[in-house]
Design a protein around this ligand. Sequence first.
Ligand code: CP
Ligand code: NVA
Length: 301
Amino acid sequence: MTVRHLLNIVDLSVDELALIGDLSDRSIDDLGRPLAGGGVALIFEKPSNRTRQSMEMAVVQLGGHPIYTRGEEVGLDARESVEDVIQILEGYHAMVAARVFSHGVVERMAALSTVPVINMLSDWSHPLQALADVRTMRHEFGALSGRAVAWVGDYNNVARSLGEVCVMSGMSVRFACPDGFQPSTAECDRLSQLGPGDVASTDDPAEAVAGANAIHTDTWVSMGQEEEVEKRHKIFDTYSVTDALMSLAADDAIFMHCLPAYRGYEVAASVIDGPASRVIRQGHDRMHAARGALAFLGGVR
Ligand code: CP
Ligand code: NVA
C-alpha cells in the first residue's frame, strides 16, 4: 500500500478532508489507540508554541510517544543529509513531522519515507493550521458551502493552505493583498479548480471583506523574513484589520488569526481581543484537528 503523507491540504481528497473533520470530532476513546507503541518524531527548524504542543498532545491522545528535536540538533543537510535522517527515523517511528524553512525538505523526506511525513509549516504551506481553521468555521457556521472568507495581508504559507481548504469546502475565498504579495493568476486558477468554492483576488481590503463571514489575517513578517521587517511594515501599512474594516463584513462575521499576532500591525487590539475574535478557539482547535489528521494517517476510518 502506498504510504500517505500530509505536506499540503491538496494531498487529501474532498472526502478525506471531511473524514478528518469527522475524526477530529470523535472522542479520544472512540478513536482507539492507533499509535500505541509507536513514536512520532517532531523536528522544528523554527520556533513554535501551538504546533508543538498540539501535536505532542494529539500523539499522546492516540497512544503514541512524541519526540521533539530542534532542527539545529538534527542538522538537516548540515550534520547529515535529509535523506539519511529520514531513513533512520522511519526505522524508529510510526510517523515523522517537520517544521522547515524550505518546503523541499519535507518533499525530500516524503519521497523516501516508508512512514507518513507531516508538514508542520514550511515556506509554502501550513496544512495543520488550515485543518484547524476549517474546524473553527464549521463549528461557528455549520455548513461552510456558500460562506465567504476574506484574507487580508500577505499571500503566505497560511493563506495558501487556507485557500485550498476553503475551496475544497465550497467557500468563496477573497484575497486582499498588496501588489507583489498577491496570489498569481495561475495560483488563483489552481485554487479554484480544487473544489466547489471560488476565488477572487484584489488589492482592496474593503472589497474583499464586504459581506464576508470570516476575516483572516496573519503576520506581515513570517519566520525567516525578519530582515524585511521595515520594508514589509511600509508595504502592508493599509492592510490592518481594524474595527472599521470589520464593520464592512457580515453582521455575524468572525475574526481569525493563526497566531502569533502583532497587535497594532496586521490587526487592531480591539478586533483580536474583541467579541468577533475566535483566535483562542482556533488555537485550541489545532489539537483536535491534529488528532484527526494523525488518526487518518494512522489508518482510522
Ligand atoms: N499557528 C502556529 O503554527 O503557531 P506556532 O508557530 O506557535 O506553532
Ligand atoms: N506565516 C507565519 C505563520 C506562523 C504560524 C510564519 O510562517 O511565520
